[in-house]
Each structure stands twice: as C-alpha cells, then as structure tokens.
Design a protein around this ligand. Sequence first.
Ligand code: TMP
Ligand code: ASP
Length: 237
Amino acid sequence: MTKKGKKLYEGKAKILYETDQPELLIQTFKDDATAGDGDKKGIIQGKGAYNNAISARLFEVLASNGVSNHFVEKLDEVDMLVKGLQMFPIEVTIRNTVAGGMSRRLGIREGETLKSAVLEYHLKDDELHDPLINEYHIRALGLVEEKTLEKMEDAAFRANEVLKAFLKDRNIDLVDFKLEFGASGDEILVGDEISPDTCRFWDSETKEKLDKDRFRKDLGGIEEAYREVRKRICEMG
Ligand code: TMP
Ligand code: ASP
C-alpha cells in the first residue's frame, strides 16, 4: 500500500504528497471550493470523494482512447496515485457551447451552440485572474516548446471527442472543460483533474447545470449535482 509522504503542494481544491516511489505522487481531493480565484470560499460536502471518483473514471476513459494522462490508480475515497509532472503554466480550455467567460467576453448568450469547438489558452496566474492568451504569446514568452504546444492542442481536441461521446451516453452535454498538462520525462501528459470543478456539464434534456456553476452562481443543489454526475459517470457501465 502506497503511503503518504511529505506534503509537496497544497492548492485550493487538492493536495499533492510524495510517496516512497520518487516518480509517483498522491493527489488528495478536498471538499473546499473557491470561485473568483479565491474571492468566494465554501465547502461542498463530499466534493473530494465525488471529484476523485469522477476524475479517476474520466482519466481511465481518456487513457483507453489514446489520451495519455497522469492517473495511475484510485487509492481510496479522496486519494489517487498519479505520476509526478513538471506542470506547464498554461490552462487549455475547450468550448462546445457558449458559457461563462466566453459569454461575458463576447456578449453571446449562454447556451449558444458553437459551429466548431473553440480552444483557448489561459496563463495560470490567480492574481491576474488567469488571463486569456494565444499561441503567439506562448511562443513569444517561451512558455512551452512548439512541439509541446502541438501535442497539447491534439490531446485537447481528442479528449473533447472522447469525453463528449462518453458523456452523451450518460445524458450529459459537455459544454466546456479545462485541462492542464505537464511533462514526465519526454512524455506530455494531461494532469490535474477532470471533474465538475473543471468542466461544465449540463443535463442533455433539461439543460440543468450539473457542475461548479451551481456554487459560482449560488444556484443551490450543489452536492446533489456532483452526486448525480458521479452516479452517471461511475455507476453507469
Ligand atoms: P470559463 O468560462 O470561466 O473560462 O471556464 C471554462 C472552463 O474552465 C469551465 O469548464 C470551468 C473551467 N475552469 C476551471 O477549471 N478553473 C477556473 O479557474 C475557471 C475560471 C474555469
Ligand atoms: N479556480 C477558480 C478559483 O479557485 C474558480 C473557478 O473555478 O471559477 O477561484
């Protein structure tokens, strides 16, 4: 049994611990929730366990469809074993339907279906509120190498196709999602988490929000939404 070693890093929703194997880390999911880069804080009861289970399943689905990621195995309720990565300072967002930041920035109503998927890069910097950047900024600032940029783009669009199809079978529309990538030796892997904290999931029929927007927008029914997503993703096939 892998044991937790020294705490390496504590973020807003997760903690990373060393293990007795230098290349492996334990990622622990917390119930803590923040929005507006920390302006709003709260606890979503059971979120750690829901996000651990949901991420574990979605990482498995991605891996078995050719999208390499850091997931190794689920250890218990809130812990998963992952490969340690050198994270890139970039968030990669894919949008299928207009919502959130895109709706605000461009004044387009939420729910508008896009003719093709949009890929966005954001600089990971809480104080600057993760500003939108493009591939020219990434090249000019030397944030990642050209071949890494190509790999991230390919993996993100592939992840979109795989996740969209998997979720559609479970009556969930994948509105948008955010991925973070890192390097493990020569490999570029998806890291972090894939959960209702980092994706927008809408019920395909009612378009009810089943994700962190319930917390961001004070819509209530937050725990129920996370539980429902866990049920559809982890208990249906
Ligand atoms: P946005 O519309 O606010 O830019 O969010 C796009 C997607 O990224 C959405 O699925 C939620 C996710 N997201 C994060 O994972 N972390 C964040 O800090 C933000 C703002 C969004
Ligand atoms: N990740 C952002 C924060 O921690 C919030 C968000 O997901 O909207 O505040």
